[in-house]
Design a protein around this ligand. Structure first.
Ligand code: PLP
Length: 369
């Protein structure tokens, strides 16, 4: 953790907003009788699982998903009673370690099924692929399992899941094709006493038919808009403010930054800000991004350096832009999704790239359930 007095940038993470976002998703899921889990993989999308997971547990979340075994072990230490699934399953030979820590693997292939069964089994999720071609049993393996359910000897499947490829595009035909395929597999596999789960964040907003028993949002919890192109129903969670290092007046034509990609014409004022691509500010925001002083945008001029960017502040009053003045790098006017769009990426990548160089301030998160 960095020292606030030393910090060039402050990352504020609003845990109350995370909890409010989870409650909003839970309410939507509850309309169809579904429960709401939370995906906290990748250190809770970069925001710090050690603070985010207990906040969600206190809000009432009981079921969590992470990607890896190490993430599962970290989460188990934080939440001794939570139900925890590992999307990537058990690394070969680590089945006993999962069982010991009551971590449930997601079984993504017949090979995973056999390994979990051979290791003694226990609770697990079964993932059937319906259109990602990434993880999950392909049709041929799912069919084999449907015909030979004995392969699941000792395995207690508590959850059947699949993952949507295009959930953020409500009109994409793959959504309903995957929904139909998932229903088909649920019928063919005839697993009793299980829950079914298909929806990620955007899937929650595709309609109640996508909810099944459990929805598993990640990004929306952290303020990313699950309904791109429509107003964001989620509360913003992160704010990144940086302190101006240096301000300079320019009055002769000259170029700014590596590669001399921006040319100052005539009089102007530039502010140098200590955020760069090593801090998760994408290099693609060179000559494309912007900081905000209140509601006034100051465009990034020139390339993004490793530790610095340069903003054109010529149009701002001199007394509002001095060394030490804070500028919003991610904030009310340049929310995560907007920064992502300008960078040619998605909010997920902006969040998970934020890194550990900023001074972190957590707000709220004190409420017990
Ligand atoms: C990451 C992930 C999620 C969560 O997705 P979001 O779009 O962040 O809500 C759900 N399910 C699976 C299988 C995932 O890998």
């Amino acid at each position: 953790m960095t020292n606030s007095a030393h910090a060039g940038a402050v990352l504020t993470i609003d845990l109350d907003a995370v909890a409010a976002n989870w409650r909003l998703l839970r309410e939507r899921a509850a309309l169809s009788g579904a429960a709401c889990a939370a995906v906290v993989k990748a250190d809770a999308y970069g925001l710090g699982v050690a603070r985010v997971a207990p906040t969600l547990w206190d809000a009432g979340c009981l079921t969590f998903f992470v990607a890896t075994l190490d993430e599962g072990l970290e989460l188990r230490a934080l939440l001794p009673e939570a139900e925890i699934f590992l999307f990537n399953g058990a690394p070969p030979g680590c089945e006993p370690e999962l069982a010991h820590h009551r971590l449930c693997p997601v079984l993504n292939s017949l090979r995973d099924v056999d390994a979990w069964s051979a290791a003694g089994g226990g609770p697990a999720a079964l993932h059937v692929d319906t259109g990602m071609c990434r993880l999950g049993l392909p049709d041929s393996e799912a069919l084999t399992l449907a015909r030979a359910p004995g392969r699941l000897k000792g395995v207690r499947v508590t959850l059947l899941l699949s993952h949507l490829a295009c959930a953020e595009e409500p009109d994409h035909p793959l959504n309903h094709a995957q929904l139909a395929a998932f229903r088909d597999w649920a019928g063919l596999l005839r697993l009793t006493g299980i829950r079914e789960s298909l929806a990620n964040s955007s899937g929650v907003f595709l309609g109640q038919g996508f909810h099944f028993h459990l929805v598993r949002p990640g990004a929306a919890l952290y303020g990313v808009n699950p309904t791109p192109g429509r107003p964001n129903p989620m509360a913003p969670v992160v704010r990144l403010q940086a302190r101006i290092l240096q301000v300079r007046d320019v009055d002769t034509p000259q170029t700014v930054g590596y590669g001399a990609t921006h040319r100052v014409q005539g009089r102007g004022r530039l502010a140098t800000v200590p955020v760069g691509y090593a801090d998760g500010y994408p290099r693609s925001l060179g000559n494309a991004g912007g900081g905000y002083f209140g509601d006034v945008r100051a465009p990034v001029v020139g390339r993004v350096s490793m530790d610095l960017i340069t903003l054109d502040v010529s149009h701002l009053p001199e007394d509002q832009v001095r060394p030490g003045t804070m500028v919003d790098i991610i904030g009310p006017h340049n929310a995560v999704d907007r920064v992502a769009r300008e960078a040619g990426t998605i909010g997920y990548e902006i969040l998970t790239s934020l890194g550990t160089r900023h001074h972190r301030v957590y707000r709220g998160g004190g409420g017990r359930r």
